[in-house]
Design a protein around this ligand. Structure first.
Ligand code: NAD
Ligand code: UFG
Length: 382
């Protein structure tokens, strides 16, 4: 049974009628307020967000709440703080329900589904550091792959079969051609990337075995930026692995200079080129994807990127413009495993979901800087 059908009895109690998977507001015509006729309203769902206290998760939770969904967050807070959710609640004017549960606790996961009965899941929880994954591969396979398996078992038992999964452009590995299109073979070059491949494969097999599953595999390019309020943002623990959080910490005085990993790539200025995407655009892609799969069913793979590439030095200079000062950098050796260029062909997401990124690189770094300068130590007390 599709999710939309399953949801109708509950929503219709509140005066909503179903039509072809969309719901139309049904109101008596003599009411003293305007009646919208023939305008489809979105189906408000109860969505479980795993890893919802983290960077991309917290921005997505905010957008889900703003869109009228009911949100349950599960997170073990191993790489995040509950403060992010308190701030999301301030911004949204209502709070998500929070459960501190570990993906590896199968009994806890099952209990969570029994007690919350979500309609769909957005699955962010997991480990994401490429270097660390080479040092602790079993921990990565355990958390990412076995953790996702636990989640699927818990979903299956609770009859919840809609999932949006956080995959990554890293699954493309050494690109055969550019821009990257979804149909390219996966060939991840790191243990982290291979955990994403394994999870994608697992979900593809699951969808093939049972057509009640509705699945979106979202391959993110390089998420950066923060909510425009500056209240939530990326708060990496330790030395940031990624470019923009590192630059932001240089700008705020926490790091002396940026190390630019190589200037001898075949690119505009010799430095690596990536497809940076504003985290709020990315969050919006999740809302579109969850709506789409619950309405259309099946398994779908979408790139979420802008389609534009920027070099390390171009990003650095954009950040300098945003923060109004020069930022010191040194050219150092290439980082092993890095590719020269990576950017998306985002046309499938546009065609299927009507989604495209709307925020440009200047907006991304402006918002990232706004978050960092207002929260120099992230969510820690100042
Ligand atoms: P994040 O670390 O900020 O968020 C992940 C969240 O998962 C954290 O809040 C953490 O506490 C939680 N978590 C980790 N292990 C858990 C466990 N065992 N049980 C319950 N919760 C657990 O990371 P993010 O940047 O928001 O990334 C979210 C997802 O997107 C990840 O799956 C990541 O691999 C993927 N992704 C991220 C990027 C990126 O550059 N940020 C790029 C591509 C894909
Ligand atoms: N870079 C530097 N100095 C730094 C950090 C990065 O020069 O201190 C350069 C890199 O060499 C690369 C570019 O900046 O050319 C971007 O590097 P990031 O580490 O920010 O991003 P990656 O493209 O290497 O990888 C990121 C995530 C992966 C994810 C991938 C695709 O770390 O988990 O984007 O989404 F899979």
């Amino acid at each position: 049974m599709s999710l939309a059908t399953r949801r109708v009895p509950r929503t219709s109690m509140h005066g909503w009628g179903a039509s072809g998977g969309l719901l139309f507001k049904v109101l008596p015509l003599n009411l003293p307020y305007p009646v919208r006729t023939g305008v489809p309203e979105r189906i408000n769902m109860k969505i479980l967000v795993t890893g919802g206290a983290g960077y991309i998760g917290s921005h997505t939770v905010l957008e889900l709440l703003n869109a009228g969904h009911e949100v349950v967050v599960m997170d073990n807070l191993s790489n995040s703080s509950e403060t992010s959710l308190q701030r999301v609640a301030e911004l949204a004017g209502r709070a998500p329900e929070f459960h501190n549960v570990d993906l590896l606790d199968l009994a806890g996961m099952k209990e969570l589904f029994v007690s919350t009965q979500p309609d769909a899941v957005i699955h962010f929880a997991g480990l994401k550091a490429v270097g660390e994954s080479a040092e602790k591969p079993l921990w990565y396979y355990q958390t990412n792959v076995a953790g996702t398996l636990n989640l699927i078992y818990a979903m299956e038992e609770a009859n919840c079969r809609s999932i949006v999964f956080s995959s990554s452009a890293t699954v493309y590995g050494e690109p055969e051609s550019m821009p990257l299109v979804e149909k390219l073979n996966m060939d991840a070059q790191s243990c982290y990337g291979r955990t994403k491949e394994h999870i994608e494969d697992m979900l593809v097999d699951l969808a093939a075995s049972d057509d009640r599953w509705n699945i979106a595999l979202l391959r993110y390019f390089n998420p950066v930026g923060a909510h425009e309020s500056g209240r939530i943002g990326e708060d990496p623990s330790g030395i940031p692995n990624n470019l923009v959080p590192f630059i932001a910490q240089v700008a705020v005085g926490r790091r002396e200079h940026l190390n630019v990993f190589g200037n001898d790539y075949p690119t505009v200025d010799g430095t690596g080129v990536r497809d940076y995407i504003h985290v709020v655009d990315l969050a919006d892609g999740h809302l579109k994807a969850v709506d789409y799969i619950t309405e259309h069913g099946g398994l779908h793979t979408w790139n979420l990127g802008t389609g534009n590439g920027y070099s390390v030095l171009e990003v650095l200079h954009a950040f300098e413009k945003a923060c109004g000062k020069e930022l010191p950098y040194k050219i150092v050796a290439r980082r092993p495993g890095d590719v020269a260029v990576s950017y998306a062909d985002p046309s499938s997401a546009l065609a299927d979901l009507g989604w495209s990124a709307s925020r440009d690189i200047d907006t991304m770094v402006r918002d990232h800087w706004n978050w960092q300068k207002n929260n120099p130590n992230g969510y820690e007390e100042q």
